[in-house]
Write a new protein. Structure first.
Length: 294
């Protein structure tokens, strides 16, 4: 059950910053944490808890051990403290929070911590040369669309699987679209890459992951964002870097026009449950954001 309630502003610990939230990203991770998975990511906070793992806003207070951030700074970061970001104020971990450029809207900045930096981590880990082929399984969501753009920026040839409603979004990002609902997916992907794809980046997991794993040109050239069973297929989980430097890299890519989060809808805080329900359904296109100015 989800409900709204009043809470006092949390007090930052030595390594935390208190932030007035302007916008919060909505992610599949949010409903997974709600289901009791990955508790280490939210500080092992017991239920009931505030949902949300990423936010942008303004610093209200700074813990004694935090460096490089000051009251009044516009920032984006990870709520790895358990405070949640579907809220008017939250606590972000200082070392996982970065200033954002003046030109960057806070709604865009709120998508950096999860989608933006995950895409960077996947591509850095794969380290493919320009001209190599990349299959993105589940390309129509926030991470997938970021992957498509950043991979093209590195000179990769991108193919992506998604539902039919996401065709225009995927092709606009410069990727070849393949409808996963239309017939034999493996056969159609194999026709596009008879010798296999140089690498596969998976955002879906489960049986879908198993269906595309064999399309990698070499065993193990597959990274999954959310399904640890990828290791059983010889692949790897993405190695996440939840640090300030990675946040700053993604922010620069946005301000230079190389990364667009493709926010397809914003919601007021009181409709956060609707945003999360759409993400949980698997039918959300691009990125959904909670905008506290609405």
């Amino acid at each position: 059950m989800q409900e709204f309630f009043e809470r006092p502003d949390p007090t930052p610990g030595p390594s935390e910053v208190l932030v007035r939230v302007a916008a919060a990203g909505v992610n599949p991770l949010d409903h997974k944490l709600r289901s009791g998975h990955g508790t280490a990511l939210n500080g092992h906070v017991p239920f009931p808890q505030v949902l949300g793992m990423e936010a942008a806003g303004t610093v209200l207070a700074v813990g004694d051990e935090v460096t490089g951030l000051s009251v009044g700074d516009r920032v984006a970061g990870f709520a790895l403290t358990g405070a949640g970001t579907y809220a008017e104020t939250t606590l972000l971990l200082g070392e996982a929070t970065a200033r954002i450029p003046d030109a960057l809207p806070e709604t865009w900045a709120a998508t950096i911590p999860v989608a933006g930096t995950t895409a960077l981590d996947v591509l850095d880990q794969l380290d493919l040369p320009a001209g190599a082929s990349l299959l993105v399984n589940g390309i129509g969501g926030g991470v997938g669309i970021a992957l498509a753009q950043l991979a093209r920026d590195r000179g990769l040839v991108v193919t992506g699987t998604a539902g039919p409603t996401k065709r225009d979004l995927v092709t606009a990002a410069g990727a070849t679209f393949v409808d996963y609902t239309d017939g034999d997916l493996t056969r159609r992907l194999r026709a596009l890459a008879p010798d296999g794809f140089a690498a596969v980046a998976d955002n879906v997991g489960g049986e879908s992951l198993r269906a595309v794993a064999a399309l990698a040109a070499r065993p193990g050239a597959i990274i999954s964002v959310g399904d640890p069973s990828v290791t059983e297929l010889g692949g790897e989980m993405v190695r996440r870097r939840l640090d300030r430097a990675n946040l700053e890299r993604a922010a620069e890519l946005m301000t230079t026009g190389r990364l667009d989060p493709h926010i397809t809808r914003t919601y007021p805080l009181e409709q956060a449950d609707q945003a999360l329900a759409l993400v949980e359904s698997g039918h959300a296109s691009g990125k959904l954001v909670i905008d506290l100015s609405l």
